[in-house]
Design a protein around this ligand. Structure first.
Ligand code: DSN
Length: 415
């Protein structure tokens, strides 16, 4: 239980709401692939006086006085990232994933330039060129897709599109793609046409940091990631790049995109990076993937179609129409039993994004609670039971109690 003495006294209305969310997190299972639980130390760092400071600029070059201590905070964060990913240059100021990606485009491109990214319904991200997003509005995106039969990116098709379109930048790294990414091949293709390589590893950064997936940082020109997904830090992002691009990336973040960095969040990022450098983080990353693999095979054994027939990372996209239910309706049924998931499009989805065919499941949060394959198997069994009994409120209540029993055995690390 966290201590909120002053908040409780001063603002009981808000305290009640925050406590309700605490209870929800304790009593529900989190399978949203982009969510996780931070440690108490990370939470504490976010609640410090560092939030009071303005520090536009970078360590040693600020536009406000009194920043010597903030410089120390930012330098600790930067040095830890360099150690984790082998990055030549790091900017830890981006406020979140999309602003980080905006800064990357801003650093390397001019409006109207051609960029290649994976289509949203094939696993890409809004900021990889979707027409409703700034990326699709400001830049001329051409999109690649996953193979219709395998659900996997066909690198020869990527090469073909790249040769034909000659983009200035190729984006790899995704939000709903469950397979290892062929970073070397992307680099080879980009080199052939003289394009920049940009990896968005927001989803898999923690798995890469834990040594369980291939690392694009030594290879690619620029890499962005959020810090709050598999990396298990506070909400935020960062950019890593080759030294030769350091100035243009820093300029794009500030003053190009942002004003003052959130120094309390930078401190919490540093604390999380410190945790990533501990030996047990490797084990966590390994179990995240083991759990996702078990989840995928259990779903398939129960007759569900899993996109690409499995996973190499922390997530899987399940085509719920293979069980006669849409992704949105499945999300609602699972909410009733206390399992949080996010609906997801599947490649070439015939249904609209608000009511797509799939559900994306991710195992980082359950793994942070200490769950292993036995629990994952039981959870898939309960999910399947809920889908089969979707119209029986009585059955769903019984299943919810079983979910609650699992939650009670595996407390949220910070609560
Ligand atoms: N919203 C994140 C996700 O769920 O993947 C990406 O921005």
């Amino acid at each position: 239980m966290l201590n909120y003495v002053n908040l409780e006294k001063q603002d009981p209305e808000l305290m009640k709401i925050i406590k309700a969310e605490e209870e929800r997190q304790k009593n529900e299972l989190e399978f949203i692939a982009s969510e996780n639980y931070v440690s108490k130390a990370v939470l504490e760092a976010m609640g410090t006086v560092l939030t009071n400071k303005y520090s536009e600029g970078y360590p040693g070059h600020r536009y406000y006085g009194g920043n010597q201590i903030i410089d120390d905070v930012e330098n600790v964060a930067i040095n830890r990232v360099k150690k984790i990913f082998g990055a030549e240059h790091v900017n830890v100021q981006p406020l979140s994933g999309s602003p980080a990606n905006a800064a990357v485009y801003f650093a390397f491109l001019k409006p109207g330039d051609k960029v290649m990214g994976l289509k949203l319904d094939h696993g890409g991200h809004l900021s990889h060129g979707h027409p409703v997003n700034f990326s699709g509005m400001l830049y001329n995106f051409v999109q690649y897709e996953v193979d219709e039969k395998t659900g996997v990116i066909d690198m020869e098709k990527v090469r073909e599109i790249a040769r034909r379109e000659k983009p200035k930048m190729i984006v790899a790294g995704y939000s709903a793609y469950s397979r290892e990414i062929e970073w070397e091949k992307f680099k080879e293709i980009a080199d052939e046409i003289g394009a920049y390589t940009f990896a968005d590893i927001a989803h898999t950064a923690g798995l890469i940091a834990g040594g369980q997936m291939n690392n694009p940082v030594p290879l690619f020109d620029v890499v962005s990631t959020t810090t709050h997904k598999t990396l298990r830090g506070p909400r935020g992002a960062m950019i890593m790049c080759k030294k030769k691009f350091a100035k243009q990336v820093d300029k794009a973040v500030f003053p190009g995109m942002q004003g003052g960095p959130h120094d309390h969040i930078t401190a919490a990022k540093a604390v999380a990076f410190g945790e990533v450098l501990q030996d047990d983080f490797k084990e966590y990353a390994k179990v995240v993937i083991e759990n996702a693999k078990v989840m995928a095979s259990e779903f398939m054994e129960n007759g569900y179609r899993v996109v690409s027939d499995g996973t190499d990372n922390h997530l899987l996209v399940v085509d719920m129409t293979s069980k006669g239910i849409s992704g949105k309706d499945a999300e609602i049924v699972l909410e009733k039993i206390g399992v949080s998931v996010s609906r997801s499009t599947i490649p070439n989805d015939s249904n609209p994004p608000m009511n797509p065919s799939g559900v994306r499941f991710g195992t980082p949060a359950a793994t942070s609670r200490g769950m292993k394959s036995a629990e994952i198997k039981e959870i898939v069994r309960l999910i399947d039971l809920a889908i089969q009994n979707k119209d029986s409120e009585k059955e769903l209540v019984i299943i919810k109690q079983k979910v609650m029993d699992i939650c009670n055995m595996f407390p949220v690390p910070s609560l």
